[in-house]
Design a protein around this ligand. Sequence first.
Ligand code: NAP
Length: 303
Amino acid sequence: MTYDIIIVGAGPAGLTAAIYARRASKSVLVLEAKAYGGQIINTPDIENYPVEAHISGFEFATKLYEQTVALGAEIKLEKVTEVKDGEAAKTVVTTKGEYTCRAVILATGSENRKLGVDGEDALVGRGISYCATCDGAFYRKKTVAVVGGGNTALEDALYLADLAEKVYLIHRRDSFRGEDATVERLKAKGNVEFVLNSNVTKLNAGKRLESVEVTDKAGDVKTLVVNGLFVAVGRIPENQNFAQLIDLDGAGYAVSGEDCITKLPWIFVAGDNRTKNVRQLVTATADGAVAATAAVKYLNEQA
Ligand code: NAP
């Protein structure tokens, strides 16, 4: 069958787009490469989404997934490798096969940015982690460091402060990109030490990570003895497979306005993979609604 809309990505943006498209009676296939829910499943406690004062990212994603399936969207775990234009229909190619549709919404989100320090890859799972909620429990009563200054790093540090004996928060500047309220809560914790104006420059390891060396702006090097290092230095948009079709900015984000429309009338973008000022859960779900509404309008106009 030819779907009305294929949505690439089953994070908050993609699943919300599916809800809106299904409620407009369009046939919908959602294709996801990794896991339903996107990066929000790694957030231990969401405190800034309207109505729910506290909800875990996993619970949020599960509820969203269930709501989407109940509305009749088809969801498959397949990685999309290519999208091809066509007169009669557009083709979405995955690692398992091909599907046809009339409109595409790219809600691919982003992947972890690596720190880029020697030995990082080899130590993943042996002291280096990109997910505090996934791996934090391994560091109960131990010493860990979090590197980064955005909301992810701040929230990871907060989460780990309740598990670990000690948490270093390493950030390359002295002011944070993340929310002030979370910084204040971290300052109130007795076991969080801020290591500011510093970069991680070396990882020391035997079988596992044993310590990290940080270098401050004056060039002074300090060794922090840690059992784990949680890397939270941002994300890279996952648009590489669509670069031939739509415009990407210098950082790889899909160029679009708040209308979620790209230069091609049948491709829409939603969520963290597009150019925007505020990348939050609430703006991702909002994008899903906007992109789906635009796609439905396009399809109705074609009909
Ligand atoms: P981010 O906001 O882009 O922050 C990345 C941080 O890593 C920045 O502080 C940056 O430093 C630092 N950094 C980047 N490259 C580095 C390097 N090579 N070495 C050391 N530090 C480096 O990323 P994020 O925290 O993953 O958040 C992504 C988006 O999701 C943001 O919009 C965030 O607000 C949102 N988010 C929202 C929630 C929520 O709503 N509850 C939770 C988590 C994330 P500089 O500041 O110096 O550039």
